[in-house]
Ligand binder design. Structure first.
Ligand code: ADP
Ligand code: MG
Length: 695
């Protein structure tokens, strides 16, 4: 559209242009037209002074100013004026721009005032009101008025919301003709979208609430559509370019395991996912699949059986975990499950001794080792395979897209990738964040599991709590006590943790209490973890280092101290450490008495549901997508300009569906009617802040 520099617009100039560029990355006309308001204020209603009180949001009044008065001196200098409309008087007050104010406004002239009334002593005042002469008050502005986010620096350069709006108005004034379309008519008709020109005009200057809604819909759709079109296009292209190993058959490894070693019947959900993986790996295209399954849903077994299919087709398989403890645990679990099946399985982590490493690597390279389990250590370049067919990545949120890509490069043909996560990701977020992954879901827990009972208590009242815990300990169970520990308040947190440890030892002198935290040496931490896993210690006081994947079925109680400081996803992850055995398990959330609305809601959700997907959706709603785990790590900047992943799931699904159809018909976007897409994709790819960086 318009790449003209905003610098030359009336009232901008080089200095303001520079501020806009550095503060909000706006430099062209188009950038500014795509700088959308964050809210709208209804300016169609005019109040009377008699109606107002100190608790109202922004309102409008119509009246006259009765003289200015400068009061105070130095820093407290300010200008005061009375404003009356025949029903009463309020005070206007200015702290800045003091010289200009009395000349800017005239007494005796009727103004439309816009501002937020506040009760000050015994009268109402409005600080820094917006005042427009009533006679020139633009009818267009009388409806919904847009408000723009501005930064401190922008405000200091007089680039407040109103000023942004003025500049946008100038742009519209200078535009010749309509703003060209970014979506072809076929899509607009299917999705019932208004044209771009109308949408952009109305997003900034809504003519009616209806048109505003339609404009928002149109612009959200456009934004999400191009993200999806890009993700799907790149994925397709990569798949076709790279091809993928074909796993033709299910053979002896799989069948022997199934017939001789499978410890329990698979759940239907496990069967379904194995079938999906089986189909995916037989197509001749690289599989990139995300397996979501709540904690304890039995993902490990699915991983193992998928790896056995790889082996059956003459390939090697790797399983990568985010921590040493987890890698160890997987190694032990899988060694047990594969016992007697004559499969060569090794473990490689950062602490594997050099000597062991030196014997292990060549065997991997020659293909004598069939399955390797490890940590990030697997990514190192000297870890080479004969023919790596499948990589399973456990607990994805610790690994980013870049790391996945590094595993692809272990072969000329990239191995199939199965990513497993126990932090359910809302469907909409998965589509965007991992838009290039197919998604499988294990939505069923193995039979006989009792859902964890979750209880919220105030930390002041814990005497009864300790008695219940003692009962569990007497029955032979084990207990986790978790403390928050974050960098910002590390010292105080650490003291809390160690105090908690001492306190716990005093309360339960008859039991051994262990402690783990992130600052311990890995070997020490591992040893302490092992003592708990073996049941030598019965209570484990810990920070969130136990969050991921640790499996101690005998642990039936988790107490989370200062639970108000944890996010929903984290609480759910932590809770997943209990409820892994046949016994009824408990999770006790201890909080301070005073809680914010948001925290209260988090505690409510935790006590109401064990469903990770529900929790993930709620989490997204409460926190917004920017804070969701994994978004930072995976290097995806959340730079949506108008769509909201938490709220616009339906638009997203629809946009993805249409994008998918278009690529089915024209995978390389070669048809003439698709050239607009090509042009738009190119343009969007140049925007450094855009989503297009992720592929
Ligand atoms: P996660 O999905 O959290 O990784 P795991 O794979 O660790 O879960 O499985 C949790 C527990 O459930 C393990 O002890 C495992 O042996 C058990 N399990 C897995 N599948 C089944 C099944 N089909 N029936 C009964 N127990 C199962
Ligand atoms: Mg697991």
């Amino acid at each position: 559209m318009n790449t003209q520099n905003i610098m030359y617009l009336p009232g901008v100039g080089p200095k303001k242009a520079e501020t806009l560029r550095t503060e909000i990355q706006v430099s062209s006309w188009e950038d500014l037209l795509y700088y959308f308001p964050f809210k709208y204020v209804d300016r169609s209603r005019i109040f009377t002074i008699r109606e107002i009180d100190g608790n109202m949001p922004y309102i409008q009044l119509k009246g006259k100013i009765e003289g200015f008065e400068t009061i105070g001196a130095g820093r407290t200098r300010r200008i005061k004026a009375w404003f009356s409309d025949g029903t009463g008087r309020i005070e206007l007050i200015w702290f800045q721009n003091l010289k200009a104010i009395p000349n800017l406004y005239k007494t005796g002239v009727e103004y439309i005032l816009f501002g937020k009334p506040a009760l000050f002593g015994n009268h109402i005042n409005v600080a820094h009101p917006e005042l427009d002469a009533a006679e020139s008050f633009n009818q267009r502005e009388a409806g919904l008025q847009a408000h723009y986010n501005t930064t401190e620096k922008m405000k200091n350069s007089f680039l407040h919301s109103k000023a942004i709006q003025k500049i946008i108005q100038h742009i519209f004034g200078q535009l010749n003709g309509k703003i060209p379309e970014t979506l072809p008519i076929s899509i607009r008709e299917r999705a019932r979208l208004i044209d771009l020109d109308t949408a952009l005009h109305n997003i900034h200057f809504p003519q009616s609430p209806n048109l505003l809604r339609e404009s928002q819909y149109r612009l959200k759709f456009e934004e999400l559509f191009y993200i999806q079109l890009n993700i799907l296009r790149v994925t397709r292209y990569r798949q076709h370019k790279n091809g993928g190993f074909i796993f033709h058959q299910v053979g002896n490894y799989f069948n022997d395991f199934y017939n001789k070693n499978l410890p329990f019947p698979l759940t239907n959900a496990q069967k379904k996912v194995i079938r999906e993986i089986r189909q995916d790996t037989a197509k001749g295209l690289q599989m990139n699949r995300l397996l979501q399954g709540d904690v304890g849903s039995g993902k490990t077994l699915v991983a193992l059986m998928s790896m056995l299919i790889a082996l059956d087709n003459g390939y090697q398989a790797a399983l990568m975990a985010p921590t040493e403890i987890l890698a160890h645990q997987h190694y032990e679990t899988l060694s047990g499950l594969l016992f007697g099946l004559n499969i060569e399985l090794v473990l490689l982590t950062g602490s594997t001794r050099k000597k062991d490493r030196e014997t292990l690597l060549p065997k991997l390279k020659e293909g004598n080792t069939q399955i390797i389990i490890g940590t990030h250590a697997l990514l190192e370049p000297d870890v080479a395979f004969k023919n790596l067919g499948l990589v399973v990545i456990d607990e994805q949120h610790r690994f980013g897209v870049a790391q996945r890509a590094r595993m692809w490069n272990k072969n000329a043909t990239p191995p199939h990738i199965l990513v497993m996560t126990a932090t359910p990701i809302p469907r909409t977020l998965a589509m965007t964040l991992y838009g290039d992954l197919e998604v499988s879901v294990i939505d069923e827990l193995p039979p006989g599991r009792k859902p964890v009972k979750t209880i919220h208590r105030y930390s002041g009242k814990r005497t009864n709590l300790y008695e219940s815990v003692r009962k569990q300990l007497q029955e032979g169970r084990q207990v986790y006590i978790v403390y928050p520990l974050i960098e910002e308040s590390e010292k105080a947190d650490f003291k809390n943790l160690t105090d908690g440890f001492e306190h716990t030892r005093e309360i339960f002198p008859e039991y051994t209490v262990g402690m783990v935290h992130g600052k311990m040496k890995p070997a020490e931490k591992d040893a302490e973890m092992k003592r708990f896993i073996n049941g030598e210690s019965r209570i484990l006081v810990a920070t969130t280092v136990i969050e991921v994947g640790v499996n101690v079925p005998n642990a039936s109680v988790m107490i989370i101290e200062d639970a108000q400081r944890f996010g929903l996803a984290q609480l759910h992850q932590l809770r997943g450490r209990v409820g892994r055995g046949a016994d009824q398990s408990f999770c006790i959330l201890l909080t301070t008495y005073e809680l914010s609305e948001n925290t209260r809601r988090r505690m409510e959700i935790m006590t109401e549901t064990n469903d990770g997907f529900v929790i993930a959706e709620e989490d997204l709603k409460l926190r917004g997508p920017g804070d969701i785990d994994g978004t930072q790590q995976s290097g995806v900047a959340f730079n949506l300009k108008i769509a909201d992943i938490a709220k616009d799931g339906q638009i997203l699904s629809f946009a993805r569906e249409l994008a998918y159809e278009i690529l089915e018909e024209d995978p390389l976007l070669e048809k003439s009617q698709h050239q607009l897409f090509v042009q738009e994709l190119k343009k969007r790819a140049q925007d450094r802040n855009s989503w297009f960086m992720i592929s």
